[in-house]
Ligand binder design. Structure first.
Ligand SMILES: Cc1cc2nc3c(=O)[nH]c(=O)nc-3n(C[C@H](O)[C@H](O)[C@H](O)COP(=O)(O)OP(=O)(O)OC[C@H]3O[C@@H](n4cnc5c(N)ncnc54)[C@H](O)[C@@H]3O)c2cc1C
Length: 399
């Protein structure tokens, strides 16, 4: 990392430790309408410190970081559950900004990218459907039928994260039902509100329905009409665009997860040296606890190196070439996260189950890491298929 990026990382570290972590309990234990204005204040501070939308170019108000540089920053921000949000680089907006920036027309950029990049609005991404397995995203029922200069969209989606209060959603809908499976869908921007669009509910996830940015909605499109000019890219290019969105998105998530791992590792070590479990003996003296600490240290280190390697492969050769490395990290880091969180929780005993530390909050919220952006098993199938391909070819040609 260059000196200027190291300086930025240090500034971010200070911001997270001195400003965000002290406000954490207040932010985690209140509802969205109460915390949104507090987060707006923190956003102003992040902006003043040059930490705003760091993945965007300076021309667009960001810090102009490369994917690897942003990955490093993502880890630093991951120490706080709100680190990414206050720096306007939170999912799903970050992916939507990248999409609009890369594939949006000048008009689409003026209408949606610019206010999003300034943090004036929020957005969401509606692809997954309750009635179809999201693991095979070509099985979509949502249709966008052309009627003159408009699309008429009908469908049912869920897990549209952050739809509550969003100014628009990008919906994945079938526009070309007779094309081959990967060329059937398009991504279309639907402003919210538009007649026919309904937010049915914020789904209760692990006991919390949440609100605003921190929620996952079930939504319906009942003959929603939008201009054809709201389509991103070519008709039928929805999956190609989705791949573009998901590659860097997985790097961002993985490095955020590593930030969470480091934070709860820190909490686990502090607890280990301070908790006396029998007279004169602290948790840290127990071999079981030492093993949790050692295993976590090793796994976090390996995870970081793997993610940085995948990020540099994407930058060097493009996402298609890095597909396998992206699959490795999506599985590996999500599982490291789950194990490290579990050990940290166990080390805290009953305290780990409470919301007096952020461990239980992350334990609930980040279980989803092994499901969203492709479940573990789907990525493992891709890896195994590629590994087996030459063996199958050889076996088939010799038989
Ligand atoms: C917290 C959270 C946020 C989300 N946010 C969004 C969002 O903003 N927008 C959006 O569109 N979607 C979102 N999703 C949805 C997410 O992308 C899907 O849940 C995911 O793609 C899996 O689809 P599914 O839930 O339909 O599971 P299914 O496809 O029904 O799969 C169920 C399980 O079956 C197994 N499985 C699936 N395929 C295979 C296979 N080939 N081999 C072996 N086992 C397999 C896996 O274990 C998988 O977990 C979110 C999900 C969560 C949990």
């Amino acid at each position: 990392m260059s000196e200027s990026v190291e300086t930025l990382l240090e500034r971010a570290r200070q911001f997270v430790h001195e400003v965000l972590i002290p406000r954490e309990a207040e932010l985690l234990h209140n509802d969205w309408p109460i915390i949104e204005p507090l987060l707006d204040e923190l956003r102003a501070q992040a902006r003043a410190r040059g930490l705003w939308a760091p993945f965007l170019s300076r021309e667009h108000g960001g810090a102009g970081l490369s994917l690897e540089q942003f990955a490093r920053l993502s880890e630093v921000l991951g120490w706080s559950p709100f680190g990414h949000y206050v720096c306007n680089c939170q999912a799903p907006d970050v992916g939507n900004m990248e999409l609009l920036h890369q594939f949006g027309t000048a008009e689409q950029q003026a209408q949606w990218f610019v206010p999003l990049s300034r943090g004036e609005i929020r957005s969401c991404f509606a692809m997954t459907e309750p009635d179809n397995a999201g693991s095979d995203p070509t099985r979509l029922s949502t249709r966008a039928v052309r009627d003159g200069n408009e699309y008429v969209i009908t469908g049912h989606k869920w897990f549209t994260s952050s739809a509550d209060g969003a100014a628009f959603t990008i919906v994945m809908a079938v526009t070309n039902p007779d094309a081959e499976p990967h060329a059937r869908a398009s991504q279309i921007v639907v402003p919210i509100p538009t007649p026919g669009f309904t937010l049915v509910r914020n789904i209760s996830v692990m006991g919390e329905s949440g609100g605003g940015w921190a929620s996952h909605a079930e939504v319906r499109f009942d003959e929603v009409r939008v201009p054809v000019t709201n389509r991103l890219g070519d008709e039928g290019a929805g999956f190609t665009l989705a791949q573009e969105r998901l590659g860097p998105g997985r790097i961002h998530h993985c490095m955020r997860w590593i930030g969470i791992c480091e934070r709860v590792f820190d909490l686990m070590c502090r607890r280990a040296v301070s908790r006396e479990v029998s007279r004169g003996e602290r948790l840290a003296s127990k071999q079981a606890v030492q093993f949790w600490i050692a295993d976590s240290r090793i796994e976090i280190h390996a995870a970081r190196l793997m993610v940085l390697d995948a990020a540099s492969r994407i930058s060097r050769d493009g996402q298609r070439a890095a597909r396998e490395e992206i699959a490795y990290i999506k599985v590996f880091v999500a599982n490291v996260l789950q194990r490290v969180l579990d050990r940290a929780l166990q080390a805290h005993g009953a305290l780990g189950m409470t919301d007096d530390t952020p461990i239980a909050w992350w334990f609930r919220h980040e279980r989803a890491a092994r499901i969203y952006d492709g479940a573990d098993e789907v990525h493992k199938s891709v890896i195994a298929r590629r590994a087996l391909a030459p063996y199958l070819k050889a076996a088939n040609s010799s038989s």
